[in-house]
Ligand binder design. Sequence first.
Ligand SMILES: Nc1ncnc2c1ncn2[C@@H]1O[C@H](COP(=O)(O)OP(=O)(O)OP(=O)(O)O)[C@@H](O)[C@H]1O
Ligand SMILES: [Mg+2]
Length: 272
Amino acid sequence: MSEETPDTAPAKTAGSGQDILRVENVSKRYGAVTALTDINLRLGKGEVLGLIGDNGAGKSTLLKIICGFQPPTTGQLYLDGQPVNLKSVDHARSLGIDAVYQDLALVNQLPVYVNMFLNREPTTGGLLNVRNMKKLAKERLDEMGVRLPSVNSLVAELSGGQRQAIAVARSVFAQPQPKILLLDEPLAAMGVKEGTIILDLVQKLKEQGDVSIIIIAHNYGQVLDVCDRVNMIQGGQITFDKRSADTSATELTDLVVAEYRRALEERQQEAS
Ligand SMILES: Nc1ncnc2c1ncn2[C@@H]1O[C@H](COP(=O)(O)OP(=O)(O)OP(=O)(O)O)[C@@H](O)[C@H]1O
Ligand SMILES: [Mg+2]
C-alpha cells in the first residue's frame, strides 16, 4: 500500500515548527490571466509580515485565497501545520483567519456601530443588544484613537480614512480574536494621524504576540518600521524574502525600479 508522499510535509520549510500559516505551491488563474505562480509563503506565530509589490502584482489575490474568499487553482494552505481547504470567508474566520479587504466591505447606509459588528453582533439571550453594541463600538474606536462625530453616523458620511479605521477595528476586536489578521492596504486612504493609529495598533498587537499579521502596503518606510519580515511579489511570484532588519527602503525601491526598467526594455525590444 502506498503512503502519501511527504512532499508537502511541515519539515520542508525552515522554522516551520513555529509557523501558523504556510502557503505552498499556490497558483491562481482567472481564465487566461495567471495572477499567481507557485507561491510559497510562511507566517510565523506572532510575526508581522509585509507584502509589497507593484500594482497588479497579485498581492490582493493571495490575501483573498488566505482568507477563504476564493480557492487557489493549485497548491495547498497549512494552518498550524495541518492542511486546510478553506470553503468560504466564514469558514476561514471560524478557524481564526480574518481579513480587512482593500475594498472594505462596509455597508455605507448603516451606522458605524452596526458596521462594527456586521455578521458578528453580540447577543443577549439571542437578541441583538443595541445599547451594548454602541457602547463597545465607542470603546473600541476610542481605544484606537479614531475620532468620529458619533457611532450613530452613517458610514456614507465618513471620510475614506475613517472608514478604513472602522474596518480595521472591526477585525482587530472580533471575538474570538483572530489568530491571523490580513490587512490589505490599511493605510492607503489614511491621513498621517490615522495611518499612525493603525501602525501603533499593529505594533501593540505585535507586542502582545498573540496574533500573526500579513499587511499589504506601498510605503516601504512604514512597512519596515512595523513588519518583522518582508516578501515582495513581482508578476505573481515571490521574488524577495528578508527580515526587515536585513533590508532597507532603498533596496526595496531599487528592486521595483529594476523591474520597471526590465519591463520597459522588453516593450521597447518588442516595438523595434
Ligand atoms: N477577479 C478577477 N478576474 C480576473 N483577473 C483578476 C481578478 N482579480 C485580479 N485579477 C488580475 O490578477 C492580477 C493581480 O491582481 P491583484 O488585485 O492581486 O493585484 P495587487 O497586487 O493587489 O495590485 P494593487 O496594488 O493595485 O492592489 C491583475 O492582473 C488583475 O487584473
Ligand atoms: Mg490589491
